[in-house]
Design a protein around this ligand. Structure first.
Ligand SMILES: [Zn+2]
Ligand SMILES: [Zn+2]
Length: 169
């Protein structure tokens, strides 16, 4: 049995062949509604968090990871045994790595903060929370008027993203 190092949050794929550990703090946590995430995971949307690469350690199954170039800049890794989608890396931010929150076996240090690529969301996905919805060409532009249902009646101001905040919500 592996003893996690202090501060490291354990994660694993469905079959357990791939096991890893993430050191906190994380950088950001977001729901992604892009079509590639949907297909890659077979899900309505996917929740990711980002960390500097140096904060992820693969403990087992490094050789079971299969890498798939899903775009000209992005690579997705999944377990060759069970198919769990695990990591995303992009040459646009080579210093960071995105990790699928659902594969973590313990809590990280934050809740999801935004809906990204919300303009590309599946028609059958209903979002009821009050998190900021970002979309447009980059997937991260504030959406002035969500096509989704109106904000809840007792709408509270959505949380602001520190430096990431453009003109606010
Ligand atoms: Zn697996
Ligand atoms: Zn995505």
């Amino acid at each position: 049995m592996h003893e996690p190092r202090p501060g490291g949050v354990p994660g694993s794929c469905l079959c357990g062949a791939v096991r890893f550990e993430v050191d906190l703090p994380t950088l950001v946590c977001a729901h992604c509604h892009c079509a590639m995430c949907r297909k890659s995971h077979g899900a309505g949307y996917v929740t990711w968090f980002s960390v500097p690469r140096s904060q992820l350690r693969c403990l087992a199954g490094d050789d079971r990871l299969v890498r798939f170039a899903s775009s000209d800049h992005g690579t997705r890794s999944f377990c060759g045994e069970c198919g769990s989608s695990l990591f995303f890396e992009t040459t646009r931010h080579p210093e960071n790595l995105d990790v699928v929150l659902a594969n973590m076996d313990a809590a990280i240090d934050r809740d999801p903060q935004i809906h990204a690529f919300f303009s590309d969301r599946a028609a059958w996905v209903q979002v009821e929370d009050s998190l900021p919805r970002l979309g447009g060409a980059t997937g991260f532009e504030p959406l002035e008027s969500p096509r989704d249902r109106a904000t809840p009646t007792d709408s509270e101001a959505p949380p602001r993203l520190g430096e990431a905040s453009g003109k606010g919500a």
